[in-house]
Design a protein around this ligand. Structure first.
Ligand code: SF4
Length: 366
């Protein structure tokens, strides 16, 4: 067994986004956001479905104008995953989205106008049992906090969050989750740590505008990893300038690497070197693509030679260690047989699929 890094999760209230629980002892949810035009119903529905297939628990959709709000009922009718409407500044878009049947709102109550307008949105959300995420972003902090603190910083982000929280609490609304996003990792981490000491609402984690698939994955992994390792975080959204499906994959990899959530194949592979007895990199690439459909948690080790192969095989359900002229196949840490390069991948795929089917069957049996 591998040691757990996260000893205990921060205790938070629980709320629901559709049928997905956030906070409390619920699994950390992984979410993403569509980047299609919301008014393009077909494209948006296709992307929501693709994200669901990739494993997303929740999808957020921007509602920038009335036409987008009018598209929401049709999008919701054609999808099954919980949808959060992303609202900026407009209480009307929030009301239209609630009428359309969205499962959650992302809006900052201090940014949608007068007290009366906020009350209308909060009342409508309350009637429908809809939660609200307050999304503080270092790039768009209120002037008063930038002036008070001199520049965007963790304390200014926390002050902004507390102001929005107070507005909702004063209306007896507590189905709140909060995000504190900045592209600066130390600032983001500090902000989440500080706010965690002040409130027990669930947190949505993210490093905003983190960049490309490669750079953004590194930044998000470091930033979210630090926060999650503190036991903080109830849902994550990795922001990448890439296909949103990649955000889901990266989100799950981050959670899997910390032992916080298990989904799909956890591939352990050596980097390969002159000792490798088969091409490790090619094998890993092929396995990643052929096992992408597996949703059940299966640990697989692909190791190029006996230096590390037998040790890694002890820890996984399915393992292969490079040898000459044949490689050693392991099942549950035990040597299972020898196999040649040309049928190694097929055998691994077959075994992983079998394990996944066993897990599914056991789950169905209860
Ligand atoms: S396990 Fe073997 S092949 Fe892989 S990196 Fe180590 S020494 Fe090289």
């Amino acid at each position: 067994m591998r040691d757990a890094i996260v000893k205990s999760r921060r205790k938070t209230r629980q709320l629901m986004v559709g049928d997905v629980a956030i906070g409390g002892d619920a699994p950390i949810a992984v979410q993403s956001m569509t980047n299609t035009l919301t008014t393009d119903i077909d494209a948006t529905v296709a992307q929501v479905c693709a994200l669901e297939e990739a494993g997303a628990d929740i999808v957020r959709i921007s509602v920038p104008d009335a036409e987008s709000a009018r598209a929401m009922p049709e999008i919701l009718a054609q999808t099954t995953i919980p949808v959060i409407a992303d609202i900026h500044f407009s209480y009307k878009m929030a009301l239209l989205s609630l009428d359309a049947g969205v499962h959650g709102l992302r809006l900052n109550p201090g940014n949608i106008g007068s007290q009366d307008r906020v009350e209308r949105v909060v009342k409508a959300a309350q009637e429908k049992n809809i939660s609200i995420r307050i999304g503080v972003n270092a790039g768009s902090l209120e002037k008063e906090f930038n002036e008070q603190y001199g520049e965007p910083c963790a304390d200014a982000m926390v002050a902004s969050a507390l102001r929005h929280i107070r507005i909702l609490e004063d209306m007896n609304f507590n189905d709140i989750k909060i995000s504190l996003k900045a592209s600066n990792i130390p600032m983001t981490v500090a902000a989440y740590r500080k706010l965690a000491k002040k409130v027990d609402y669930p947190f949505h984690l993210g490093i905003t505008e983190s960049g490309s698939l490669f750079g953004g994955t590194v930044k998000s992994s470091v930033g979210l990893g630090l926060i999650l390792a503190d036991g903080i975080g109830d849902t994550v959204r990795v922001s990448l300038a890439a296909d949103p499906k990649e955000e889901i994959k990266v989100g799950f990899e981050i959670l899997k690497s910390l032992g916080l959530r298990h989904r799909g194949v956890n591939l352990i592979a050596c980097p390969s070197c002159a000792r490798q007895k088969f091409n490790v990199i090619e094998a890993v690439q092929e396995l990643e693509s052929r096992l992408a459909h597996i949703q059940e948690s299966v640990d697989v080790a692909i190791i190029g030679c006996v230096v590390n192969g037998p040790g890694e095989a002890q820890e996984v359900q399915v393992g292969i260690t490079g040898g000459y002229p044949t490689h050693t196949f392991y099942h549950d840490g035990e040597k299972f047989g020898r196999i040649k390069s040309h049928n190694m991948i097929d055998a691994l795929v077959e075994e992983v699929e079998k394990r996944a089917a066993d897990i599914r069957r056991k789950e169905q049996e209860g």
